[in-house]
Design a protein around this ligand. Structure first.
Ligand SMILES: [Zn+2]
Length: 429
């Protein structure tokens, strides 16, 4: 199930998207109070936006603008909205996103072709190990996508390894939809209860929320840990509520495929100018075919690179590489730019490191400093030097590193302000 447009040439895909772009601009000009105002304030004649290159004439939309003017982005009367979801904003109050009946159909189509990318067919059964309620969009998208594709789906929900395994053994699903670190919990539970993971019938996992790969698409530490115990295919999927669109890996596992009928992709530098393929920048999107809350040039805050070489699977669409980091967490360290996930990867490499927190702060002269607190049963100068050497050679930075008690680190990781445990504490204000 590969839509024809995904096998078309890059030129044809571009021309196709330019037609879609005209449609979305006409639509928001007519229906969106936010974009009406934006176009007026900047004297933008939407007829002058004919190509994807012309997009730079339109100012970007930030998360803050979406949050501050949330209601102005809605293009339909409230009684047309079927599903109300929220996504955490940057300022505290979550952003509300509404979906009409047509938006839910679009979401189902999006997820069906995304599952198809990962090799899921109507003969497969998916086990959903994430939340479907709590105002999240993702769980609903998976359910609708499976239904559209004709596959089965079992909604187990988050956590509870015992119930997950009971479901795997009872219903024999073939794919899991899962946060990859939870796969380690499932492996651990199986070990303790004499379950042979490799005889479970699971073929693959569609992985959300955490990266599986390094920038060259080789497996990262987490993915290697999973694969060494459980021989299944791991497919990354990247999505967000604002985009209402997923980028899922195919059999080649070389980044998440772009679906040109659903979204326009730009990768922008710090001056909001496009960067060439293969270069990191901020993912910026324009939704296509969204009825309730379309977004034009929305900056996602995620740093990544897009790749445009044809893919072995037969699709010619762009592929998005692993998320390098959140733009807000970018660290400028003595001329080197880096993001916390690279440090997570490096620290996870050390078996001796039981837990850690990374603190980022401004030093006396206003530049960024990195402090890392580590808990280890084997705390020693040798280990300390070993970790420091790794930081210098792999990331070209020398953070301050100290050993601490496990309890102190647990306390720092479970801040009252955050819902989930954190590994990075950004004190830069
Ligand atoms: Zn592919």
């Amino acid at each position: 199930m590969i839509p024809e447009i995904e096998k078309a040439s890059l030129e044809d895909i571009k021309a196709f998207q330019e037609e879609k772009l005209k449609e979305v601009l006409c639509y928001v000009q007519e229906k969106s109070p936010y974009y009406q105002r934006l176009f007026k304030e900047h004297s933008i004649d939407i007829k002058s936006i004919r190509t994807l290159e012309d997009l730079i004439k339109i100012p970007v939309t930030t998360k803050e603008q979406l949050q501050n003017h949330n209601a102005d982005f809605i293009c339909v009367p409230k009684n047309k909205i079927v599903d109300f979801v929220t996504t955490s904003g940057t300022l505290g109050e979550p952003v509300t996103i509404g979906l009409t009946d047509a938006d839910l159909d679009r979401l189902a189509y999006n997820e069906a072709i995304s599952f198809a990318c990962a090799g899921v067919t109507e003969n497969d059964i998916l086990q959903l190990t994430t939340t479907i309620d709590r105002r999240f969009m993702a769980g609903m998208a998976y359910f609708l996508g499976a239904r559209k594709l004709g596959a089965g789906i079992i909604r187990v929900g988050a956590g509870i390894p015992e119930l997950q395994w009971d479901t795997i053994l009872k219903f024999r699903p073939t794919y899991l939809i899962v946060v990859p670190s939870f796969l380690l919990k499932l492996i651990q539970y199986a070990d303790q209860h004499d379950i042979d993971v490799n005889a479970s019938g699971i073929k693959g996992a569609i992985c959300i929320g955490e990266s599986l790969r390094n920038q060259d698409f080789s497996l990262n530490v987490l993915a290697n840990k999973i694969k060494s115990a459980w021989d299944i295919e791991l497919y990354s999927t990247y999505a967000s509520t604002e985009m209402s669109t997923a980028f899922t890996e195919c059999s080649e596992q070389q980044g998440g495929h772009h679906h040109p009928e659903l979204i326009i992709v730009e990768i922008l530098d710090e001056n909001d100018l496009p960067v060439p393929a293969g270069i990191e920048g901020e993912l910026t999107i324009t939704t296509l075919g969204v009825e309730a809350m379309p977004l034009v040039r929305f900056k996602t805050g995620d740093i990544m690179a897009a790749h445009d070489s044809p893919c072995g699977c037969g699709r010619n669409t762009l592929r998005l590489g692993p998320v390098v980091g959140r733009k807000k967490q970018m660290i400028k360290y003595k001329g080197t730019t880096l993001y916390p996930p690279a440090m997570d990867n490096l620290l996870n490499d050390f078996q001796e490191v039981e837990s850690y927190v990374i603190e980022i702060y401004h030093n006396g002269i206003g530049t960024d400093e990195i402090g890392i607190k580590i808990a280890s049963q084997n705390a020693s100068d040798v280990l300390l030097h070993d970790i420091k050497d790794h930081f210098r050679s792999k990331l070209r930075v020398s953070p301050k590193i100290e050993f601490c008690e496990t309890q102190e680190i647990q306390k720092l990781r479970h801040s009252k302000l955050q819902r989930k445990p954190v590994s990075v504490i950004d004190k830069r204000g």
